[in-house]
Design a protein. Structure first.
Length: 402
């Protein structure tokens, strides 16, 4: 039996050994991927001096307050004009600035009569105003987005300006989810007798997708050692990176999963963690032909399997891909909690912000590891550490937002 800290460290170590593959994606498909290259500007940004406003372009001279407007330059339609200090051209936002000019006076600051523009009284008129200088954002050859950036909409615009219609990103890991249990039936069947609908698979596949990984559903397998062995063997021979099974890892007579893992050469790193819920977890590594797979045997209880995923998988992947981690906050407990043992507990709670802007958390839930409806109403896990017993209302506790 491992403590939470030990179990976490073992799992994190194995995740950290993974070398991520790289693949190209089209720019429009790059959201929420992690960049595997530096993006470099292939041109100056902006590529030419241009106007930041609609107005007139002039050569600055403090003495001159009136200009003869001799033409206009719409954006994308540059043309040369013979200009002197007493002449100006109308210019639009983004239009290229004529080489002779160094200043743009906004349209709001001038009065135009026929083709004469006159500076209004008391307006701010300084040399160089309203010009976006060539390369003022970035010089050609400079890095605009660094390798390992988790890509958000704002990064994609920059990549586009740098001429990248494809980006190299890290390939997602493929997670396969296999449910075990004679009692399980598909969602579209009505349970009769002692059957229950399979639910874990759906929380886990969704959890995999939530962290931008690829999820594969391996369905349901009966509590039959031979069938289980064949199914897990096939999974271990397939092209997945992580195998997650649910159920069959406790000490019941039909809990074969750990034995099957070991029989198939999985190097079991630990079985059982001193936590609640999720204690029976098995974790191991399967290696064949230099290809490693991480193998998680999670308990069947719907709350346990999801909490195990949250605490042992979620943020390890986020760290690996530089994605945002689950937010952790301190909150004032709004009711007493029952905890008699020395395990680390992850209790389901409802987190909110009070009038003073402080976090409060309440948890009137039964904390049964079978109650998935209560779990669906919670929005955080309240972490109660090993040495703490029966924390009372008013205690400050650590919460992981979900
Ligand atoms: P086990 O870990 O196999 O002993 O299962 C513990 C509890 O979780 C039992 O009540 C099972 O019926 C239930 N259970 C197991 N697998 C699933 C599943 N995929 N979906 C929903 N409940 C499950
Ligand atoms: Mg079972």
């Amino acid at each position: 039996m491992k403590s939470f800290e030990e179990a976490s460290r073992i799992i994190e170590e194995e995740f950290n050994k993974i070398t991520l593959d790289i693949e190209p994606v089209k720019l429009e498909n790059a959201l929420h991927r992690t960049l595997a290259e530096d993006v470099v500007a292939d041109v100056d940004l902006p590529p030419f001096d241009n106007s930041a406003m609609d107005g007139i372009a002039v050569k600055f001279n403090e003495q001159i307050k009136e200009w003869n407007v001799i033409g206009e330059i719409p954006a994308g339609k540059y043309q040369e004009y013979e200009l002197d200090e007493h002449s100006a051209v109308k210019i639009m936002t983004g239009s290229r600035l004529p080489g002779f000019c160094d200043t743009v006076i906004p349209v709001e600051d001038i009065d135009v009569n026929n083709s004469t523009a006159v500076l209004k009284e008391n307006v701010r008129y300084v040399k160089g105003m309203n010009i976006r200088k060539q390369a003022s954002d970035l010089k050609k050859g400079e890095v605009s987005i660094s390798k390992n950036t988790y890509l958000l909409p704002r990064h994609l615009a920059t990549a586009a300006s740098c001429g990248k219609d494809n980006l190299l990103v890290y390939k997602p890991l493929t997670f396969a989810v296999l449910a075990t249990g004679d009692e399980l039936i598909p969602v579209n069947e009505v349970p009769v007798g002692d059957k229950i609908r399979i639910s874990n698979t759906y929380s886990l596949l969704a959890s995999v997708e939530e962290i931008n990984m690829k999820a594969v559903n391996l369905g349901i397998v009966k509590d039959d050692k031979n069938i289980l062995l064949e199914k897990i063997d096939n999974a271990l021979k397939s092209d997945i990176d992580v195998l997650i099974t649910t159920g069959g890892v406790s000490v019941g007579e039909f809990d074969f999963v750990k034995d099957v893992f070991e029989g198939l050469g999985v190097d079991v790193k630990f079985w059982k963690a001193f936590i609640k819920p999720g204690k029976p977890i098995v974790f191991g590594v399967h290696e064949k032909d230099k290809k490693k797979k991480l193998v998680f045997g999670l308990p069947g209880n719907p709350v346990s399997s999801l909490v195990n995923f949250e605490i042992f998988v979620h943020d390890n992947i986020n760290r690996l891909y530089n994605q945002p981690l689950r937010e952790r906050v301190k909150a004032v407990l709004m009711n007493d909690l029952k905890k008699k043992d020395n395990k680390r507990h992850f209790m389901r709670g409802i987190l909110s912000v009070n009038d003073k802007g402080e976090y409060e958390v309440s948890s009137k839930f039964s904390q049964s590891s079978g109650n998935l409806v209560e779990m669906s109403r919670a929005n955080c896990l309240i972490v109660i550490e090993e040495g703490i017993h029966n924390p009372v209302k008013g205690t400050v506790v650590k919460c992981i937002k979900m």
